[in-house]
Design a binder for this molecule. Structure first.
Ligand code: SF4
Ligand code: SF4
Ligand code: FES
Length: 232
């Protein structure tokens, strides 16, 4: 922007041309262009994974992926949002499932189709080592899977691009659940806090909170965020 004049750039949303202010995120450009985001939009801050987007720059063959709330528009990009990737998500009963690699392969047999192409890693907007956590899954190193995938936002882009049709994010989710349920065990701090709540230690505060209206709760949240920000 120069002297208060906003520079408009052309972009293509689902094939239709729009002009939007330079510097907007894809998410804001969609809204500027009149799209009402009832799906494919959540936190607006890069943590919920709801806004997976595919785009291509004019003159290039490559399809790029990103989160709409984190990716800034460029002149003449062609984009479409993927509000949901209909990837396979197995059903299981966590407490009855022993945490071993054989079980994972029985639940997600497509796991063994991984050809080590690394497309998933290149597709991940969180820069996670997706292929490495899939390899760790196959060799039963669940701790490594947890550490490598803990920042996954479940956007589904790795699954959307995987040529072997794996859903890495759902496989890692299963491992993290198994790890928490069977390997790490119960947190003593959580157990203690739950006992305190049951014993009524926080009853007065909880009752007060339950009587507040939405704006009061929002103000408390904002104050907490400000305190956290000041502490960083
Ligand atoms: S994209 Fe699919 S096949 Fe390629 S490394 Fe990742 S999980 Fe394996
Ligand atoms: S691992 Fe897959 S689902 Fe998770 S953030 Fe990366 S691309 Fe998205
Ligand atoms: S809206 Fe939540 S990650 Fe983009």
């Amino acid at each position: 922007m120069k002297d208060g004049i906003i520079k408009l750039i052309p972009i293509y949303i689902m094939g239709k041309r729009y002009e939007v202010p330079n510097g907007l995120t894809i998410q804001k450009a969609l809204e500027y262009s009149g799209y009402k985001l009832t799906r494919g939009c959540g936190c607006r801050g890069g943590v919920c994974g709801a806004c997976a987007t595919i785009y291509r720059r004019k003159g290039e063959f490559r399809l790029n992926v990103g989160l709409a709330c984190q990716t800034v528009v460029e002149p003449e990009i062609y984009l479409v949002q993927l509000p949901y990737t209909p990837a396979n998500k197995a059903l299981y009963t966590l407490k009855d499932l022993p945490p071993d690699d054989l079980n994972i392969a029985l639940i997600y047999p497509e796991l063994l189709r991984c050809m080590g192409c690394n497309t998933c890693t290149k597709s991940c907007p969180m820069n996670l080592e997706v292929m490495n956590y899939i390899s760790a899954t196959i060799r039963g190193d669940f701790k490594a899977v947890v550490e490598l995938s803990i920042e996954c936002v479940q956007c589904g882009l790795c699954a959307a691009r995987c040529p072997a049709e794996l859903a890495p994010f759902n496989i890692a989710l299963l491992i993290r659940r198994l790890y928490g349920r069977h390997i790490v065990g119960e947190s003593p701090q959580l157990k203690q806090r739950l006992e305190e709540i049951r014993a009524g230690k926080y009853k007065e505060k909880i009752d007060k909170l339950m009587k507040m209206d939405k704006s009061e709760v929002e103000n408390i949240y904002k104050e907490l965020q400000a305190t956290k920000g000041a502490a960083v």
